[in-house]
Design a protein around this ligand. Structure first.
Ligand SMILES: C[S@@+](CC[C@H](N)C(=O)[O-])C[C@H]1O[C@@H](n2cnc3c(N)ncnc32)[C@H](O)[C@@H]1O
Length: 231
């Protein structure tokens, strides 16, 4: 990984904001991911994220913390928070913005236990593909204290396969439709391709049941997105 994502966060944080990240997927055209969005404060967060932050309690793990906005909000509310990310740039920014406990660490290598585990901004993306969901869910489950909870958001992206007449062009012989190849570029450089997973609620529910996690729908968003609570 070249960590272009982290480089972009560092640039923005250091006052060198000249352009946004460009993203695309195997099923969608290029789009811009505005850097200010990655530094959103509580009032600019989607309702689902605000909801997740209100439900957070006890000792919290913010998985894939990015610039650390969720962690900072909870830390300021008095909660004990650990923020982790695989991006060195992201962790440097999160620390510099005031996140006290922030570490470069892939979630599968985390081994402390927590009362709340947050995975936000398509939290299921980190699982990469359907075949890995059970591995990630089992690991996250092993990090929960008794009565602990996982708060995770995702979207049902079936709508991305709709043509102009409302027909769906999902290939039923292909892999699960929420498995995407994700491409990111910044300042003319291309990041290595990544796998990024969107899970519809029913598929998440089934996966949770198979690893012994209870899965509740907390809230649905405006655009096929939802927040779930696993316990
Ligand atoms: C879409 S960004 C979300 C950032 C932040 N949560 C937010 O809402 O602004 C996903 C983040 O997850 C991180 N990430 C990806 N795979 C990870 C893994 N296995 N363990 C920890 N972090 C990971 C990425 O580096 C990136 O910062």
């Amino acid at each position: 990984m070249k960590d272009l994502f982290g480089q972009a966060l560092l640039d923005y944080h250091q006052g060198n904001y000249t352009e946004d990240l460009t993203t695309s997927t195997n099923i969608s055209e290029e789009d811009e991911l505005p850097l200010p969005y990655l530094f959103r404060s509580y009032k600019d967060m989607p309702k689902l994220e605000q909801n997740a932050l209100q439900l957070a309690k006890g000792k919290v793990l913010d998985v894939g913390c990015g610039a650390g906005g969720h962690s900072l909000y909870l830390q300021e509310k008095g909660l004990k928070v650990k923020a982790i990310d695989i991006s060195k740039g992201a962790i440097a920014v999160a620390k510099n913005r005031g996140v006290i406990d922030a570490e470069v660490l892939p979630v599968l290598e985390e081994n402390e236990t927590f009362d709340t585990i947050l995975l936000l901004m398509n939290g299921t993306g980190i699982f990469q593909e359907l075949s890995q969901v059970a591995t990630y869910l089992n690991h996250l489950k092993s990090l929960l204290n008794p009565q602990g909870q996982i708060l995770i958001d995702s979207s049902d992206i079936k709508y991305m396969y709709e043509d102009e007449d409302g027909g769906l062009w999902i290939d039923t012989n292909a892999n699960y439709y929420g498995e995407l190849d994700y491409f990111l570029s910044y300042k003319g450089e291309k990041e290595l391709p990544m796998k990024w997973l969107y899970l519809d609620f029913n598929t998440l529910y089934t996966a949770c049941t198979s690893v012994g996690l209870k899965c509740e729908l907390v809230k649905e968003g405006d655009h096929f997105d939802y927040l779930a609570r696993l316990s």
